[in-house]
Design a protein around this ligand. Structure first.
Ligand code: MN
Length: 229
């Protein structure tokens, strides 16, 4: 049997210190995982828990480069996020066992059509048009994690546009830790090797314009740099 047409290529991410590529299966995303960001979006972190949504693997842009300004928006926003890459998975994973499924960590940016997201929220529509468009998930190289350890709570996460710092927080500011995110997600989906998770963004999200250069960092990981074209 042959395919009717050439199947899409496997999306993948490079790995620090390895010639092998990490093949990406799905991109899970967490919304409202930092209290200050929930507030800046008009929500209440006391009463609203984090939410999940997905982007297609195809939305990934490995190691940044040039990101085209998307169609149909006049308010294209950056959201810097810690990305968790899974080497295995399952269902009903406990928080204490979660880190054995983690291959490593990377820096990603959840690019968002904020104006369309507001319309989605106002009309109780799904978020796909705001979140799941092409090139909406630039992501840096994966740094393999040491023996079932996570990154320290003190690690800084930040994003600059040109030379201006727009977002800066600590990973310890996350409402759900990496362990808790994996535990929650695995009750809703059967997690698999190749799944990656964008773990939510801190406060300071804002618009990007053509020609701007974005540098996204998490202390201890390879920075991600891209330019909006
Ligand atoms: Mn996000």
């Amino acid at each position: 049997m042959t395919y009717l047409f050439e199947p899409a290529a496997i999306t993948s991410l490079p790995i620090v210190g390895s010639e092998k590529l990490f093949p990406v299966r799905r991109i899970f995303c967490v919304g409202r995982n930092y209290a200050e960001h929930t507030r800046e979006m008009g929500g209440n972190p006391e009463t609203e828990t984090p939410v999940f949504f997905l982007k297609p693997a195809e939305a990934l842009v490995a190691e940044g480069g040039d990101i085209p300004y998307p169609s149909a928006t006049e308010d294209f926003h950056h959201e810097v996020e810690l990305v968790v890459a899974l080497k295995s998975g399952g269902t009903n994973i406990s928080a204490t066992e979660s880190l054995q499924h983690v291959f490593g960590f990377a820096v990603g940016v959840d690019l968002t059509r904020r104006d369309l997201q507001k319309i989605c929220k106002d009309n109780r529509h799904p978020w796909d048009v705001a979140k799941a468009f092409e090139h909406s998930a630039p992501c840096g190289k994966i740094t393999p994690s040491e023996k079932q350890s996570t990154l320290p709570d003190s690690a800084a996460i930040s994003l600059t546009v040109n030379l201006d710092i727009k977002q800066k927080a600590r990973l310890g500011d996350m409402i759900w830790s990496v362990e808790n995110i994996i535990a929650h997600l695995s009750r809703l989906f059967e997690l698999r090797s190749g799944d990656i998770i964008m773990t939510g963004t801190p406060a300071g999200v804002g618009p990007l314009h053509r020609g701007e250069t974005v540098t996204a960092t998490v202390e201890g990981l390879e920075p991600l740099v891209f330019r909006v074209s």
